[in-house]
Design a protein around this ligand. Structure first.
Ligand code: NAP
Length: 295
C-alpha cells in the first residue's frame, strides 16, 4: 500500500513557495503578508496560530498576529477586519475559529474582503468554487491540500466514484464540490454521506476515492472499504494513551491498521492531510499577492 506522505509534500511545497516569494520580492520589492486574528486564549487555537506564523516567516512572508481579549465585541473585531481589508500590505486575512459566543462567526466571515479571504470561507469564494471558477477564488485549505496530494501522487480521478463522509462548510462541502468539478484533476462522480445517511457502508464500499471528514476516531473500518480504494483521512482525534508522555495520541477517522490492508493508497494521521493545510494557506496568500499585484 502506498502511503500518501503529506509531511513530505508540504515540505516540497513550502520550498517552492519560498522560491516564488523571493521572485515576487525581486520583481516588485514587496512580499506577501498574512494577518491572523485570534480572539481569546483557546490553547489549541494558540498552537495553530503560532504554527501558521512560524511557517509564514520560514518562507519569507510577513506574518502578523493580532491577539484580542476573550470579551472582544463583534463590532471591534469587524472594524479591525475592515482596516485590514484596506491595508495594501495585507494580502491574506484569517480569523482563527472557534470564536467566543458573543461573536457571530458568519458575520465575521462576511466582513473579510473575498479577495483576501485566504481561508476560502466567504460565500463568494465558496460560490465561485461551486460554479467552477477556481482561477478566481480561494479554495478552503484542507480540501485544496487534498487535491494537491492527489495530484502529486498521480491519483486518477476522472470518472472515479468519490465518496465524502462529512458535510461541514470547511471540509466536506467544499471537498465534494471540488471533486465534482469538470477539471483534469477532479471530474469524479460524487456521493456525500452524513449523520442522517442510512447504511453508510453501502456507499463507502463503492468508493474508488474515499474521503473521511467526520471527527470520530476509527469510524471507517476495513469492511467499509472497497479493495484498492484510495483513502484520505481528514480526521484529527485525540485518544487517551497512557504509554505517551502527554497521555494521549492523535488518530484519524479511519482505522489505519485495518484499512491499510485493503486500500491501495492512504494518508496517515498525523503526517497526511494535516501538514498540507498550512502549506495551502500560504499558497493562497501568495496567490492573493500575485492577483493584487497583477503578476
Ligand atoms: N487535517 C486538517 O487540517 C483538518 C482540517 C479541518 C478539520 N479536520 C478534522 O476533520 C474532522 C472533521 O472536521 P469538520 O470541521 O468537517 O467537522 P464537523 O464540522 O464536526 O463535521 C463533521 C461531519 O461529519 C458528519 N458526521 C458526524 N458523525 C457522523 C456519523 N456517525 N455518521 C456519518 N456522518 C457523521 C457530520 O454530519 P452532520 O452534518 O449530519 O452533523 C458532519 O457533516 C475533525 O476530526 C477535524 O478535527 C482536520
Amino acid at each position: 500500500m502506498l502511503i500518501i506522505d503529506g509531511k513530505k509534500v508540504s515540505l516540497d511545497l513550502k520550498n517552492e513557495l519560498k522560491t516564488s516569494v523571493e521572485s515576487c520580492h525581486a520583481s516588485t520589492g514587496k512580499v506577501p503578508g498574512l494577518t491572523v486574528i485570534i480572539v481569546g486564549h483557546d490553547p489549541a487555537s494558540q498552537v495553530y496560530v503560532r504554527n501558521k506564523a512560524k511557517t509564514c516567516k520560514e518562507i519569507g512572508m510577513i506574518s502578523t498576529v493580532i491577539e484580542m481579549a476573550a470579551d472582544t465585541t463583534e463590532k471591534h473585531l469587524i472594524d479591525t477586519i475592515h482596516e485590514l481589508n484596506n491595508d495594501p500590505t495585507v494580502h491574506g486575512i484569517l480569523v482563527q475559529q472557534p470564536l467566543p459566543k458573543q461573536i457571530d462567526e458568519f458575520a465575521v466571515t462576511l466582513a473579510i474582503d473575498p479577495s483576501k479571504d485566504v481561508d476560502g470561507f466567504h460565500p463568494e469564494n465558496l460560490g465561485r468554487l461551486v460554479m467552477g471558477h477556481l482561477d478566481k477564488c480561494f479554495v478552503s485549505c484542507t480540501p485544496y491540500g487534498i487535491l494537491e496530494l492527489l495530484g502529486r501522487y498521480n491519483i486518477e480521478t476522472r470518472g472515479k466514484h468519490c465518496v465524502v463522509v462529512g458535510r461541514s462548510n470547511i471540509v466536506g462541502k467544499p471537498m465534494a464540490n471540488l471533486m465534482l468539478q469538470k477539471l483534469e484533476a477532479t471530474n469524479c462522480t460524487v456521493t456525500i454521506c452524513h449523520s442522517a445517511t442510512k447504511n453508510i457502508p453501502f456507499y463507502t464500499q463503492q468508493a474508488d476515492i474515499l474521503i473521511a471528514a467526520i471527527g470520530k476516531a476509527g469510524f471507517i473500518t476495513a469492511d467499509m472499504v472497497k479493495p484498492g480504494a484510495v483513502v484520505i483521512d481528514v480526521g484529527i482525534n485525540r485518544i487517551e494513551d497512557a504509554s505517551t508522555k502527554s497521555g494521549y495520541r492523535l488518530v484519524g477517522d479511519v482505522d489505519y491498521e485495518g484499512v491499510s490492508a485493503v486500500a491501495s493508497a492512504m494518508t496517515p494521521v498525523p503526517g497526511g492531510v494535516g501538514p498540507m493545510t498550512i502549506a495551502m494557506l500560504l499558497k493562497n496568500t501568495l496567490q492573493s499577492f500575485q492577483r493584487i499585484n497583477g503578476l
